[in-house]
Design a binder for this molecule. Structure first.
Ligand code: SF4
Length: 194
């Protein structure tokens, strides 16, 4: 069962309800501020790719902290790590940015879209495009394809533009948010970034 953490002090009920897939606390800090001007934003943490479980729990802990600081409700999806490993197994040797990542984005966006329909949101989007390591065209094309399949709106964005990545890192420093050294999955642990 999905969980909802209800905080709503920056929300305006007259605006469209936006389910924002969030990959980590650092990535959501700036997009959440930008989107909350126009939408009633809810965070959706669905990241079965994150390995090991201790790292998943740590990233979720900081997402909860941002949810409380910003007063944005948080919905937590299931940690379907076995499903993720099963679906990506044949792509484990792919380089970061390759076919495994495309499938990883797809798994997370599809579940977000299904949650939009299940819970009655108006549209969905993701913070994934804020990362300079991720291809916004791949992510946005997937989002638009899923949007057509599910007949729901997808918010096309490239949050890294207009200094978005710089702004989110500044906010991360201000709030003393934990910054991970790898993307998330077991296979990316050999590709440490710092
Ligand atoms: S490197 Fe990142 S985006 Fe690619 S499969 Fe692993 S967790 Fe997913």
């Amino acid at each position: 069962m999905d969980k909802i953490n209800k905080n709503a002090n920056i929300q305006n009920n007259k605006r469209s309800k936006f389910l924002l897939h969030v990959c980590c606390a650092n990535c959501l800090l700036y997009p959440a501020i930008a989107l909350s001007k126009d939408f009633q934003v809810y965070f959706y943490f669905y990241n079965p790719n994150i390995h090991p479980e201790a790292e998943y729990i740590k990233r979720l802990k900081y997402i909860k902290l941002v949810s409380e600081i910003y007063g944005v409700p948080l919905i937590v999806g299931r940690y379907e790590k076995k499903m993720w490993f099963d679906r990506t197994r044949t792509l484990k040797s792919e380089p970061e940015g390759g076919l495994r990542c495309e499938l990883c984005f797809k798994i997370r966006l599809e579940k977000t879209a299904k949650t939009v329909k299940k819970l009655g949101f108006d549209l969905f989007g993701t913070t994934l495009t804020i990362s300079p390591h991720k291809n916004q065209a791949v992510i946005n094309n997937l989002g638009m394809t899923i949007s057509k399949e599910e007949n729901i709106k997808f918010y096309v964005a490239d949050f890294k533009k207009k200094d978005g990545f710089k702004k989110t890192i500044q906010l991360s420093n201000e709030h003393k948010i934990y910054r991970q050294s790898y993307c998330g999955c077991l296979y990316s642990m050999t590709n440490l970034r710092h």
